[in-house]
Design a protein around this ligand. Structure first.
Ligand code: FMN
Length: 388
């Protein structure tokens, strides 16, 4: 059997001859439950939690169940190739790690473990502006890996410009600007726990280490950490930005720019017209607008409207290889994996993340071939059927 990508499945079965079984669930949908048993309850609630009633988080998953893959037979799948270059980034299979902040609440090695695992497995990582480790330290751990940088647009423009300069200097190739988090949503689990990691000094590391941020403080961070966090609360998000502000990004970022959190064709068309290089169709995993549409339901119209002109990526609800196939068939050029890798991190640090990435890659490849598909170009809505 020809296997162009490593076969994690073969490795597991062969190792199984010695009686060994994997340390982590093979069903990526089971990671959450396993992680819930090892994580501090409030950290688990922060990761698993969503806005309001949780309705949108549920709808993200339900949207995937409404689409079914329709396998074709007697097609040659002996030499599959699922690689793609997107915005200058080489994807061996089309997925990246979604930007997720505060990873140290899941595991003491946090972003560093994820950065090492991503580089080792060859999956690009989008590093959050709300990381619990600095831009530069994550880059160092990521080494030769491919990395993008995600910005939450701060109120202080000097700090924003400084972040963009630091990220470019540290080898981040694409800028992702997240638009759906103008402010944090009403999140009942975190409210129940009275828990916001940033206020406890986790997830503010890029700010505290930033010269422009430090310049706005009366005293050095170490002398008055509380004042530094108070300052963070004042400048974290700018709720006043509009389309007219986008030129600021071009002024300070010299590579491709992608907007994250787009849910309508109208906004995607506006982004393309503004010279933006790509959009990420996402509702932030249901963590922002309770009652919002499932992200997958937003994808086809956006892909139709702008997919031939700019990059269209997708996240919110990817839990396995079949979900990847469905999102790509509906027009995404790549998808972002979110919560599942955080659960892998919680369960086993770098090894746990490696497992999740290898499992998703192999499961995607197998699902494609078993559906009769050996090229990404063969994917289209015709590969799916919508459940009545
Ligand atoms: C704990 C947590 C923290 C997150 N932090 C960020 C962030 O810092 N920046 C960002 O753009 N998105 C952030 N997201 C959203 C993810 O990038 C992604 O959109 C979401 O996880 C997709 O939903 P899913 O994980 O259910 O598939 C976060 C999500 C979670 C679960």
């Amino acid at each position: 059997m020809s296997q162009p990508l490593e076969s994690y499945q073969d490795e597991i079965y062969l190792t199984g001859l010695t009686g060994a079984v994997p340390d982590f669930p093979a069903d990526l949908g089971q990671l959450e439950e396993a992680a819930s048993k090892v994580m501090a309850p409030r950290a688990y609630d922060y990761v698993a939690g969503a806005a309001g009633s949780g309705d949108t988080a549920g709808e993200n998953l339900a949207a995937f169940r409404r689409w079914r893959i329709v396998p074709r037979m007697l097609t040659d799948v002996s030499t599959p190739a699922f690689g793609r270059t997107l915005l200058g980034t080489e994807l061996t299979v089309p997925f990246l790690l979604a930007p997720i902040g505060v990873l140290r609440i899941a595991h003491p090695d946090g972003e560093l473990a994820v950065a090492r695992a991503a580089a080792a497995v060859g999956v690009p990582m989008i590093v959050s502006n709300a990381a619990s480790t600095s831009i530069e330290d994550v880059a160092e751990a990521n080494g030769d890996g491919q990395r993008w940088y995600q910005l939450y647009w701060p109120k202080d423009r000097a700090v924003g410009a400084s972040f963009l300069g630091r990220a470019q200097a540290a080898g981040y190739s694409v800028l992702v600007v997240t638009l759906d988090t103008r402010t944090l949503a009403w999140r009942p689990l975190d409210l129940r726990n009275g828990y916001l990691p940033f206020l406890q000094g986790v997830g503010v590391q890029n700010f505290l280490s930033d010269p422009a941020f430090q310049a706005g403080l009366a005293m050095p961070v170490d002398d008055d950490p509380e004042a530094a966090i108070l300052r963070w609360t004042q400048i974290f998000g700018d709720t006043s930005i509009t389309w007219d502000d986008l030129p600021f990004l071009r002024q300070h970022w010299h590579g491709p720019i992608v907007l994250k959190g787009i849910l309508t064709a109208a906004d995607a068309i506006r982004a393309a017209a503004a010279g933006i290089d790509g959009v990420i169709v996402s509702n932030h995993g249901g963590r922002q607008v309770d009652g919002a549409i499932g992200a997958l339901d937003a994808l086809p119209a956006i892909a139709d409207a702008v997919g031939s002109r700019i990059a269209v990526l997708f996240d919110s609800g990817i839990r396995g290889g079949a979900d990847m196939v469905k999102a790509l068939a509906l027009g995404a050029q790549a998808v972002l994996l979110g919560r599942p890798y955080v659960y892998g991190l919680a369960l086993g640090g770098e090894a746990g993340v490696r497992h999740v990435l290898r499992a998703l890659r192999n499961e995607f490849e197998l699902t494609m071939r078993l559906a009769g598909l050996s090229r990404l170009s063969e994917l289209s809505p015709d590969c799916l059927q919508r459940r009545p």
